[in-house]
Design a protein around this ligand. Structure first.
Ligand SMILES: *Cc1c(COP(=O)(O)O)cnc(C)c1O
Length: 362
């Protein structure tokens, strides 16, 4: 019998972490996770099931997912000279990137930002530095960013474009300044590309240290777990050595290819979501006691000005509506809540419940 708890075998940074928490959403109107609320049209679903019959489930999938990679290159206008690396969600790509770094490397990202950058850095024992965004505009604080870059010499910088949870696109000029100042790689994370009208994809040929990451999750295929990274082929070749051989399973490969061939229905869904985003933002901006921030993604960040966001969040939950409470992050996120754009009737239910919550919390 070991005389120490077996968990003491694990690195102290792992023991100190908490697992990524996902709220139980059963029986809620689910507006917490940036999912596309729409299912697939009946006819397309039938054709898809028919298509899946040809998946040889007894065989390993294509380790390189070549056909899918080609389809992604096409539909995302990845420049000819750039390479592509596929991941089990872009989360896995964030992990692959950081696993490749030397153990004394620093990872840098503006905050508030996507939590997995930091979570994965900590799990790998890397140094992580967050740099606060400017209050209110949520733009990059360039003096602070440039100072952190020069003093910490980060091997890797993550910039979500648009940013999660704030929803804004950072000024493109400032991102180019960071690309010029960075001694290492800069990942522009375009998870919300389907809802934004700006991208760094066409900049790849001009910046050897730029990598552009995307996912099909927010487009409407979150269940598949598929993300990808585009950039310099010699960099991706090294990262590819860490990737587990069959990380994109056969059902994901075939389903994603099928969905991209039929992507018109997904594009129509994202258009509807963008229209709804305009309506929900206008409605939120009319509510006294709320400051709502414009968004280039499929969610809206808002702040309660007088009432406690925790109380509003709890009241929404009691009314059957689940959104994301960011206030525990503190700092710029004090009293901030984030709502994902849903179907029109879900958005209406949310707005009514929010009004009720504001009227009935002390
Ligand atoms: C949702 C999200 C991701 C993760 O996407 P997956 O492909 O589902 O792992 C990555 N980056 C940002 C900024 C996100 O909001």
């Amino acid at each position: 019998m070991p005389n120490q708890p077996l968990t003491s075998l694990f690195r102290p940074e792992i023991l100190a972490m908490s697992a990524y928490h996902v709220a139980d959403a059963s029986n809620f109107i689910k507006l917490d996770a940036m999912e596309n609320p729409y299912g697939w049209p009946e006819a397309i679903q039938q054709a898809w099931l028919e298509h899946l019959k040809d998946c040889p489930m007894n065989r390993y999938p294509d380790p390189e997912a070549k056909a899918l990679a080609d389809a992604l290159r096409q539909s995302n206008q990845i420049p000819e000279q750039a390479g592509i690396l596929l991941g089990n969600g872009s989360d896995e790509i964030i992990q692959i990137l950081q696993m490749a770094l030397s153990s004394d490397a620093t990872v840098l990202a503006p905050e508030p930002g996507f939590v997995m950058y930091k979570q994965i850095a900590l799990s790998l024992g890397l140094r992580y530095q967050g740099v606060p965004l400017l209050a209110d505009s949520f733009e990059l604080d360039m003096p602070a960013m440039l100072e952190a870059i020069s003093s910490l010499q980060p091997a890797l910088i993550f910039l979500a474009y648009p940013n999660n949870p704030t929803g804004n696109l950072f000024d493109a000029k400032t991102i180019k300044q960071i690309l010029a100042a960075a001694p290492g790689l800069v990942v522009v994370d375009e998870a919300y590309a389907p809802f934004a009208d700006a991208s760094f994809m066409d900049q790849l040929p001009h910046h050897p240290n730029l990598l552009v990451m995307r996912t099909v999750s927010k487009l409407g295929l979150a269940g598949l777990r598929l993300g990808f990274l585009a950039g310099d082929k010699s960099i991706l070749e090294q990262l590819n050595k860490i990737r587990l051989p069959y990380n994109i399973n056969c059902l994901t490969q075939e389903t994603a290819r099928f969905a991209l061939e039929h992507q018109q229905f997904l594009l129509e869904q994202t258009q509807t979501i963008c229209q709804q985003r305009t309506e929900v933002l206008a409605a939120l901006q009319k509510i006294h006691d709320i400051k709502a921030y414009p968004s280039s993604a499929n969610f809206i960040l808002f702040k309660t000005l007088e009432k406690s966001a925790n109380a509003v969040f709890d009241s929404l939950k009691q009314q059957g509506i689940l959104i994301k409470n960011l206030s525990s992050q503190g700092g710029l996120m004090g009293n901030c809540l984030r709502v994902t754009i849903g179907k029109p009737e879900e958005n209406q239910a949310f707005l009514a419940a929010l009004q009720y919550a504001l009227n009935n919390t002390p």
